[in-house]
Design a protein around this ligand. Structure first.
Ligand SMILES: C[S@@+](CC[C@H](N)C(=O)[O-])C[C@H]1O[C@@H](n2cnc3c(N)ncnc32)[C@H](O)[C@@H]1O
Length: 331
């Protein structure tokens, strides 16, 4: 970690170097937009505007995962902290850290020294969220990390003392293709010792109508979030996408147990991506896949965790089994 880049007097913020080479935005866009079918990686949704739009999605009545996970954390945070007794808690894709408050409150109630390490790709969000946390919890320590977890976690150096807990909420593991999800779980296991803990949220398989509604809210937050990736490409790669020329579409692919988000061209068009020196022809109805969100069965959850070196210890679920919060132990 490069500690020379500390930016805030109240808590350290480090930029985590990638362990494996990460494709640049230009490389990802070249690979994804020029292939058939076309795709874009979801991490580019999250510029500052995208990160706040995601917060808006979480408030929508159709988006049950946030409510379900919040309720599970509220009900079980004390037990989770009692079981894991972490000295260090690393949260990947921490975003606003809003749900994490339940875990931090439990840590304070148990009066155990804890350092919280939020890790996210969106600098503004981490800085903002951690500044609030520092004021809210004078009893705890904070160390913010900025990085891209798809490049591995070898650059995350947690101090040796005390048990560790890694947290991955929001069903974010579902955004990875199966082989990448296994890699992510293995990367997390590599940061831990035997007996350390991993708390991870999984969205469960359920009926298509509810799944599709969750990714297509009536107010249009998800549509705006989806189209925001085109604003990112316009700004960063000198492209000329007209976001209004695309429709947001969310479909549940039951064969692959995943919701797919697409941007569908409303008309034929040619888009220029200046930084790539490319003119891309899209025909009416052609779609760009911008995100997958995989849904899990209990067996799928256990298998994924086992493949990375974890054993499921508890699976907390709501009465309807909409969502699972799983506490796993490194073995
Ligand atoms: C689905 S949101 C979940 C946010 C929060 N944990 C929650 O449960 O509400 C995914 C979060 O991961 C972050 N993220 C996405 N891709 C990332 C990457 N490659 N590396 C690090 N963080 C990433 C986003 O900025 C965002 O905050």
């Amino acid at each position: 970690m490069d500690t020379s880049q500390q930016e805030n007097p109240h808590f350290p913020i480090d930029f985590v170097p990638a362990e494996r080479r990460i494709a640049t935005l230009a490389e990802d866009v070249r690979a994804g937009l020029l292939s058939a079918p076309r795709w874009l990686p979801p991490k580019y949704f999250y510029d500052e505007r995208g990160a706040w739009l995601f917060e808006g999605i979480c408030e929508q009545p159709e988006y049950y995962p946030t409510r379900a996970e919040t309720a599970l954390l509220a009900a079980n945070a004390d037990a989770i902290l009692q079981t894991t007794r972490p000295a260090h808690m690393l949260e990947l894709g921490s975003g606003s850290s809003r749900k994490t408050l339940y875990l931090l409150d439990a840590a304070v109630r148990q009066a155990k020294p804890l350092t919280y390490w939020p890790f996210d790709v969106t600098v503004e969000m981490v800085r903002h969220a951690t500044s609030d946390l520092v004021q809210r919890y004078p009893e705890l320590q904070f160390h913010a990390l900025i990085g891209d977890y798809t490049g591995g976690l070898g650059g995350v150096i947690l101090p040796d003392e005390g048990p560790r807990l890694v947290v991955l909420l929001g069903g974010t593991i579902g955004n990875f293709e199966p082989d990448m999800a296994v890699q992510m779980v293995a990367d997390i296991r590599d940061r831990l010792d035997v007996g350390d803990s991993f708390l991870i949220g999984f969205d469960r398989i359920k009926d298509t109508a509810r799944l599709e509604a969750a990714y297509d809210d009536a107010v249009g937050y998800t549509a705006a979030f989806n189209k925001n990736v085109l604003n990112v490409l316009n700004r960063e790669l000198d492209a000329d996408f007209d976001p209004d020329a695309f429709m947001h579409r969310a479909l549940y692919n039951a064969d692959l147990s995943r919701v797919e988000m697409h941007l569908v061209a409303r008309r034929g068009m040619t888009v220029t991506v200046g930084a790539l020196n490319q003119h891309i022809k899209l025909h009416e109805g052609e779609s760009i896949n911008t995100e997958i969100s995989r849904k899990f069965s209990p067996e799928g959850i256990d298998d994924l965790l086992a493949s990375g070196g974890f054993e499921t210890e508890y699976r907390f679920e709501d009465a309807a089994s909409d969502y699972a919060l799983v506490l796993a132990r490194a073995v």
